[in-house]
Ligand binder design. Structure first.
Ligand code: CTP
Ligand code: MG
Length: 262
């Protein structure tokens, strides 16, 4: 088994901070998120190559290379161009660089806490099955909620004199129904595929999807779900970066001596 790992890293981190700062640069105990993610895979002996797919436009890719190029080269990872808008465009571009492998694992660059135990579980299952993904049962009650078009709270008279705009108030949402969560699971990455399977999945005309496995499902092929890891969070909002540092014992830049900041 020779696994090529694709790390989509071409996103714009909008939810992390209006896209002004990439979450992949966030400091995790002296190393950026992207480096932590790459290192998790360099440790595994079934991994034969690591492909990081960075921004699509030349200028942003050049900046990305300045920030991460040296570290990636040291770790033996290659850097290729991702897609402009959608993650699936990024993966499709990166797939063209997956060579000399029997399998491809696609993992969000924004999940730096992925453990060796989870990789073992997925890679072992991938020896037997063509498509394997990590999942977790949904712990909370799930409800369908709709927007009423109204606002929560009313701008009072004084506020309206001061010019508080009602459209700035949060939306008023209401519950439509409670959804039965039996059989519902949250899906993580890495998602692991035999090379033929992922190539067939990405050769389809319609690639609209939010994860790679859904393209395999669209082919009508079986996707096997193994136990994920609650620590394997995706850094989406700023609070996720704090959570990742707390779970992994990675200090924040404020908590370190100044010569150890980057
Ligand atoms: N990604 C990508 N190409 C895109 C969009 C996303 O490679 N066109 C990557 C991100 O860099 C990230 C992973 O896919 O590693 C998961 O995406 P997400 O968490 O949504 O990251 P962003 O798209 O950067 O964040 P946001 O949606 O908040 O802008
Ligand atoms: Mg996104």
């Amino acid at each position: 088994m020779r696994i090529a790992v694709i790390l989509p890293a071409a996103g714009s981190s909008r939810r992390f901070g209006q896209g002004l700062r990439s979450k992949l640069d966030e400091d995790m105990g002296g190393k950026p998120v992207l480096q932590r993610t790459v290192e998790a895979f360099t440790k595994h002996d079934k991994v034969s190559s690591i492909i990081v797919a960075g921004p699509a436009d030349d200028e942003s890719l050049a900046e990305f290379r300045l920030r991460h190029g040296d570290r990636l080269a040291l770790l033996g990872a290659s850097l290729v161009k991702g897609g402009v808008t959608h993650r699936y465009e990024t993966v499709r571009n990166a797939l063209e660089h997956a060579k000399d492998c029997t399998h491809v694992a696609v993992h969000d660059a924004a999940r730096p806490c992925v453990s060796q135990e989870l990789l073992d579980r997925l890679f072992d299952a991938a020896e037997q099955h063509d498509a394997v993904i990590p999942v977790l049962p949904v712990p909370d009650t799930i409800k369908r909620v709709r927007d009423t078009g109204e606002r929560l709270g009313k701008a009072d008279a004084i506020a309206s004199i001061l010019g508080v705009d009602e459209s700035q108030l949060p939306p008023l949402r209401e519950v439509v129904e409670t959804v039965d969560r039996a059989g519902l699971f949250l899906v993580q990455t890495p998602q692991v595929f035999s090379l033929d399977t992922i190539r067939a999945a990405y050769a389809q005309a319609d690639l609209t999807s939010t994860d790679d496995a859904s393209l395999v499902e669209r082919l009508g092929r079986r996707v096997v779900a193994v136990e994920g890891d609650p620590r394997n969070i995706k850094i989406t909002w700023p609070s996720d970066a704090d959570l990742a540092r707390a779970m992994m014992g990675w200090k924040s830049p404020e908590g370190r001596a100044s010569h150890k900041k980057f």
